[in-house]
Design a protein around this ligand. Structure first.
Ligand code: NAP
Length: 285
């Protein structure tokens, strides 16, 4: 039976570190940390994410600035706001909640955010820095996964690591981070042949595909570390992951649950990135 990796506990520890450092910087340097969150339209899931980010800011002692814009906001209006926030000294990090309404070009908006304030690490400059291992921020979800793997005490060096999914926000940066920690990395996607055989070779398996309970116990090597990034709904509408937890936990050595695994880490790492941005902008890092 696998040991459960407790994302709530690990994320609480990250937020605690951030809160302590934020308070120290305020006392010793008079530095305030601020995050601007921009939401366009009425996507209910986005609203929940934005509220959670606001709460997390309050909990670690950041100022949070929310900009809620109408569904029919033009691209120009959104870019104007991003430019204002780029120049606003109170704002250390800018997060534009995705997805944006279809008439807005997401790429143009991401590219407009100053790389120094791009705490999601989606800007091409930050993506490029991850490739060469000289980054300031890591994209929040893969960074959270790395922290969860570290919490197991399993050393990534020399391990067979399999990442299923090759999105720009999860799969690709995830693979790069495992490679930087000396894993031997295979990236799988929808055209991969013999997926089950590839997965069975994995000492560390990270699944980010968006398909409920897709990875089953018979695809998992005995004792593997299994990280489930998926946030899906099962046939009863209940939140679940990309991994079939029930069969997988019988084979894995360590496994993340959904909810309570990767999800809480993403916001904790966003707080960490915002603090890093504030320190850099103040010339402290
Ligand atoms: P995405 O952009 O839709 O990418 C999905 C990836 O999975 C693609 O690379 C796709 O391959 C691959 N894929 C789909 N079906 C597959 C199959 N049958 N076999 C092998 N590969 C397959 O998704 P994403 O944004 O990376 O998100 C993935 C999941 O993580 C979603 O459930 C999302 O909700 C969740 N997520 C969670 C967090 C969090 O904070 N916990 C953050 C981000 C995302 P192709 O490239 O060939 O199409």
């Amino acid at each position: 039976m696998a040991q459960i990796i407790d994302g709530k506990a690990v994320s609480a520890a990250v937020k605690e570190e951030v809160a302590k450092e934020t308070s120290r910087l305020k006392d010793e340097k008079g530095l305030k940390v601020g995050l601007a969150v921009v939401i366009v339209g009425n996507n209910p899931a986005s609203r929940v994410y934005v509220n959670n980010k606001k709460k997390a800011c309050e909990a670690v002692g950041f100022q949070s600035f929310e900009y809620a814009m109408d569904e029919d906001t033009t691209q120009e209006q959104l870019l104007d706001l991003v430019n204002v926030l780029n120049r606003d000294a109170r704002v250390n990090g800018i997060l534009v909640q995705l997805p944006l309404p279809a008439h807005i070009d997401e790429k143009a908006v991401i590219n407009a955010i100053s790389p120094e304030k791009d705490v999601d690490a989606f800007h091409p400059v930050n993506v490029g820095k991850i490739m060469i291992g000289e980054y300031a921020f890591l994209p929040c979800t893969p960074a959270g996964v790395m922290r969860l793997i570290a919490s197991t005490g399993v050393d990534i060096t020399g391990k067979q690591c399999v990442v299923i999914g090759r999105s720009n926000i999860v799969g690709k940066p995830m693979a790069m981070l495992l490679l930087q920690q000396n894993g031997t990395v295979t990236i799988c996607h929808s055209k991969t042949k013999n997926l089950k055989e590839v997965c069975l070779g994995a000492d560390i398996l990270v699944v980010a595909i968006g398909r409920a309970k897709f990875v089953t116990g018979d695809m998992i090597k005995e004792g593997a570390v299994v990280i489930d990034v998926g946030m899906d709904r099962d046939e009863e509408g209940k939140l679940c992951g990309d991994v079939d937890f029930e069969s997988a936990e019988k084979k894995a050595g360590y496994i993340t649950p959904v909810p309570g695994g990767v999800g809480p880490m993403t916001i904790a790492m966003l707080m960490k990135n915002t603090l890093t941005a504030a320190k850099q902008q103040a010339g402290l890092e």
